[in-house]
Design a protein. Structure first.
Length: 296
């Protein structure tokens, strides 16, 4: 089987403990699937595409477009951004078509987001009729511009399968976007290998060392520490976690909280922590390097 994989997270892992797209591609290749991946890489000069290999995976690495003066594609990007609220759509569609033309014998396409990647794959692969699967995660309560919502609905209904990472996301796909439940398969996000201890490691000793490293890293002297690694979106309920820390502090429980991640609610959560008087008790750690998350 030959798989085309489309990802913006292959080179840079998503913050937190999620399995990386790179690990997934390598595991598929180890099991006999030929994997060709089109991946975003901010280390590539704008406008260039670097074709190389990452072990068993054939990579097309790109960043963003680089336009000549008065480029028609630049104007197309601007027009589509005004309509869909997303940049580079025309440029990415041209790149996707180029990738699919170079790999005309692909059996299946795996896309890691419904929009814009999923919609662009749906358009680019329409002529060849290659089936595609779309992952859906992390945007269940987001309100989209009208045209983007329609594009997502079109993509999800055209997909051969949809792969949500949680049961609530699966329900929303069916109820909000009208996806046939028979084409929905919930596959919960797995942990990266980096999240597991090396073989032979003593768990008790590692936990003690990890606590010491975390306390030193974030300068927290509280007897009790809590931590959360998440995207700062409404469905995570992080505001309730802050309220709970305030309740514990009111009961003289010496608890500190580390919030790892980023997202649309970061500023709101920081303001809430300040209003609750928790500035000395809550650390907003940002998007920690993936390898450091094991300590947390």
């Amino acid at each position: 089987m030959k798989l085309g994989f489309f990802s913006t997270e292959y080179v840079r892992k998503h913050p937190g403990m999620a399995e990386s797209d790179r690990e997934l591609c390598h595991e598929l290749a180890r099991r006999g699937t030929e994997v060709c991946a089109l991946v975003e890489d901010r280390g590539v000069p704008p406008g260039e595409v670097i074709v190389d290999r990452d072990g068993p995976v054939r990579l097309w690495r790109y960043q963003g477009p680089r336009f000549r003066p008065l480029s028609l594609r630049a104007y197309a990007d601007k027009g589509l951004k005004a309509a869909f609220g997303s940049p580079r759509l025309a440029s990415l569609l041209a790149l996707y078509r180029r990738f699919l033309a170079a790999h005309g014998d692909l059996d299946l396409l795996q896309v890691e987001a419904p929009f814009p990647e999923g919609a662009l794959v749906g358009l680019a692969a329409r002529r060849a009729g290659t089936p595609f699967i779309v992952s859906a995660r992390g945007w269940e309560r987001v309100k989209f511009p009208w045209l983007r919502e329609r594009a997502i609905r079109w993509t999800l209904r055209r997909a051969a399968g949809v792969r949500p990472n949680a049961l609530n996301m699966a329900r929303i796909l069916v109820e909000r976007f009208g996806v046939d439940s028979r084409r929905v398969r919930t596959i919960r996000t797995n942990l990266s290998r980096e999240a597991y201890l090396p073989p032979g490691t003593d768990l008790g000793a590692f936990r003690a060392d990890g606590r010491a490293r975390v306390r030193a890293r974030y300068a927290l002297g509280h007897r009790c520490l809590l931590a959360a690694a998440a995207r700062f979106v409404p469905s995570k309920g992080l505001e309730h976690l802050l309220d709970a820390v305030r309740l514990l502090r009111d009961r003289e429980v010496p608890v500190g909280l580390i919030l790892c991640g980023d997202g649309m609610l970061r500023a709101d959560l920081q303001q809430r922590a300040t209003a609750l008087g928790l500035r000395e008790d809550v650390v907003f750690a940002g998007a920690d390097p993936h390898a450091e998350m094991r300590d947390v």
